[in-house]
Design a protein. Structure first.
Ligand SMILES: [Fe+2]
Length: 264
């Protein structure tokens, strides 16, 4: 069994018009620079996971820009929706020709489950009853291999009041399901635009900086961090363990500026 090199990029927040900026950053340019940097400096990825907020304006053109940008990775791309995404458009545009939308997959000797936590018109996340049932089904189908579960909203508080208010509102139900399946090793999220790591029993919970702009950890309201765009490498090892590290661009793209996230 071979180890698997996984590249995670998250929260690119693309627009139909690639000139549009968010948080003071040209998000299309920032994603392009992140992918170029990751692919130049890192190992060739066996797969890429993208943990939501792929588009920001619910336009087909944004997902088309994303598809073109990710094709440069030369690896299968696994996508799931964030609060700013349009899940129907994503399922139509990002589920063929090297892209998979949600569902489950096998990567080498590992299993991957991609979940949909999107709640229409709301910034928080929730796993619908049918999605929790699918998680059970997928984990049963992948009971013979270590598993990585991906979703947009982290299932536990990250320590920032404003972000924790728009977290996964039924995180406990999610954690109850994964506690019944001992092969789940890692839960990988986006949404919080910052590095986060915690443990839930034997399960490692990770969240990852955005490819555009970062939020300052442990704040009551939205404060921008002056960290550059980032991404994460994960090596899914043959023995079921995971090695992970962040990558960062060498400099900021644009000048970080807070938006009123609650009203977006
Ligand atoms: Fe985001």
């Amino acid at each position: 069994m071979q180890s698997v090199q996984l590249l995670q990029v998250t929260d690119p927040h693309l627009f139909g018009d690639p000139a549009v900026e968010l948080y003071g950053v040209n998000t299309a340019e920032s994603l392009r620079l992140v992918l170029a940097s990751a692919l130049a400096a890192g190992p060739a990825p066996d797969a890429v996971v993208v943990t939501g907020d792929i588009g920001d304006d619910m336009s087909a053109a944004a997902y088309e820009h994303f598809r073109r940008a990710l094709q440069s990775c030369g690896a299968p791309v696994f996508c799931l929706p964030g609060n700013h995404d349009d899940p129907v458009l994503m399922a139509r545009m990002l589920d063929s020709h090297g892209f998979q939308y949600c569902g489950r997959a096998r990567l080498g000797g590992w299993g991957l489950v991609m979940l949909d936590t999107h709640v229409p018109g709301r910034p928080h996340g929730r796993l619908a009853a049918a999605e929790l049932e699918r998680l059970e089904t997928d984990l049963h189908a992948l009971r013979d291999v270590p598993v990585l579960v991906c979703l947009h909203h982290p299932p536990v508080p990250v320590g920032s009041a404003w972000l924790d208010g728009v977290g996964l509102h039924n995180g406990d139900a999610f954690l109850e399901v994964i506690a019944r399946h001992a092969q789940v090793r890692v839960v990988l999220a986006g949404h919080v635009h910052q590095e986060f790591e915690a443990w839930h029993g034997p399960v490692r919970l990770l969240a990852t900086p955005s490819t555009c702009a970062q939020f300052m950890p442990r704040t009551d309201r939205c404060v921008m961090d002056r960290r550059p765009p980032g991404y994460r490498w994960l090596t899914l090892q043959e023995d079921g363990s995971v090695a992970t590290r962040l990558g960062w661009l060498p400099a900021l793209v644009g000048e970080p500026r807070a938006e009123d996230e609650m009203r977006r």
